[in-house]
Design a protein. Structure first.
Length: 472
């Protein structure tokens, strides 16, 4: 088997005298546009470069190499991000109109797959940790309860780690799913670095998960939009998953993206051990240095991905948006996101000593200037996902749109009405309200709070309002 990287093959082709009377239209002419984009490496499925949808050569070998590095039985390159892997995994493991059990705080793409396959969703909720104002783990016992209640559920989907880095017991949940002879699909998009050093949790591939999706671009050195889908064991329908990948992935996959995936896998195989050792030492030292903060807090839960830095302001007189904005405007440090009481910073093996130093110094300066939180002065919000009554499935809502009138209401006026829209914060993209659910007072209050704090609520047609059925 050839071990030549796709990138090496592309550079050889770039430097050869082959002239392309084929797509793409830029004809590898980097001078035409006067830009620094890698036009000279951007090709289509031509002689010697294989076809992702019918891989038999270099791409087949690259995906097999990725499977070996990530400990999977079968691995597929994704050039449409983890989203296409999640959609294909769920559509391939369920049948139209069936039931599925999903963690309520899953990414919106999971809920979109539910809609596309006209599925009846059932939800298992993460434990909410009121001490750190974060959604916690999905418990295997809760999954068991739901599967016993409805034995016709066709698959289980969880996110681990979640956006904040909280890790669930994948092994125990997989064992529960397998006792019911159904697959466990794990959105491990934020855990592509798992398994490459004991400082981080084990990867879901080694814990019994049947379908695992990794976003290499999130936590490893790979280009944005590159991801992997892994398949293991006998419970996932591999043929149907491959069929949906063929349907949903671009028929013109980017060779630059695929070369990035292959190069990342090669780097992990040949340099990963040494580089992860350096990264862990830098990160662990950095986390130790932050223990001297007096008002800002670095949060984590018992089962946690320590690459994530959750910086809490709940003991200060600041709100999370202030910290986020101050880090950006005063120190030129761009954080990943802001949530109700904290700011999230993501680290990776590509972070430098200088980057860690700058963030450390900025946090200590802000910490020294921040006031302490006054008792009872802050606006209280738990951030816990409300549990809503499902009146219709998302697909049923779409079918009923033509025969039912709708109206736009402000959050406070929408309680008790059936939603026609999603409402979620992005990031992380976990819905507070799903079409077909009866909006509760708690959900309306939570979204009003997000509006007041200027968080981005998406999925809605008009800011501050949601579309509901018109009872009249």
């Amino acid at each position: 088997m050839s071990t030549k990287r796709l990138y090496d093959r592309l550079t050889e082709y770039r430097d050869s005298d082959y002239y392309g009377f084929h797509m793409p239209g830029h004809k590898r002419n980097g001078d035409l546009m006067g830009l620094g984009l890698p036009y000279e490496l951007d090709i289509t499925e031509i002689e010697g470069f294989d076809d992702l949808h019918h891989a038999e050569g270099i791409l087949k070998e690259a995906q097999e190499r990725a499977a070996a590095v990530f400990g999977a039985e079968e691995t597929h390159f994704l050039v449409n991000g983890s989203t296409v892997g999640i959609l294909s995994g769920i559509l391939g493991c369920t049948h139209k109109g069936g039931k599925i059990l999903i963690a309520r705080h899953c990414h919106k793409s999971v809920h979109h797959a539910v809609y596309l396959n006209e599925l009846v969703p059932r939800y298992v909720y993460p434990q909410f940790d009121g001490q750190v104002h974060m959604n916690g783990e999905i418990r295997a016992a809760d999954v068991e309860v739901e599967l016993l209640k409805e034995p016709d559920i066709q698959a289980v989907v969880i996110v681990s780690p979640n956006y904040d880095g909280v890790v669930s017991d994948v092994k125990a949940i997989a064992e529960v799913a397998h006792r019911h002879r159904i697959p466990l699909i794990v959105d491990e998009a934020h855990g592509a670095h798992f398994g490459f050093h004991p400082y981080f949790p084990e990867r879901a591939n080694s814990l019994g998960a049947d379908v695992v999706i990794n976003s290499l671009h999130k936590t490893l050195p790979s280009l944005t939009q590159t991801a992997l889908l892994h398949i293991n064991g006998p419970y996932a329908d591999r043929g149907r998953i491959r069929k949906y990948l063929d349907m949903l992935q671009s028929s013109s996959p980017s060779y630059i993206f695929m070369a990035s995936l292959d190069a990342c896998v090669d780097w992990l195989e040949n340099s990963g051990v040494m580089e992860f050792e350096r990264y862990v030492k830098r990160l662990d030292r950095f986390r130790e240095e932050l223990k001297g903060l007096r008002k800002l807090r670095i949060l984590e839960t018992p089962h946690y991905d320590k690459s994530k830095l959750v910086i809490s302001v709940d003991k200060t007189d600041m709100i999370s948006k202030e910290l986020y904005n101050k880090l950006f405007s005063d120190f030129h440090l761009q954080m990943e996101m802001t949530a109700g009481t904290y700011v999230l910073a993501m680290t990776s093996v590509a972070d430098t000593e200088e980057g860690f130093r700058r963030l450390r110094d900025a946090l200590y300066e802000i910490d020294s200037e921040a006031g302490a939180a006054a008792d009872g002065s802050g606006e209280e919000v738990s951030g816990e996902l409300p549990r809503l009554r499902q009146v219709y499935t998302p697909y049923e809502v779409e079918c009923l749109r033509q025969s039912h009138k709708s109206e736009l209401l402000r959050w406070r006026d929408a309680a008790g009405r059936v939603s026609l829209e999603y409402a979620y914060l992005y990031p992380p993209g976990s819905p507070v309200i799903i079409p077909g659910e009866e909006i509760s007072e708690a959900a309306a209050s939570l979204l009003e709070y997000y509006d007041r704090k200027r968080f981005q609520v998406e999925g809605i047609e008009e800011k501050g309002k949601i579309k509901v059925w018109n009872h009249g």
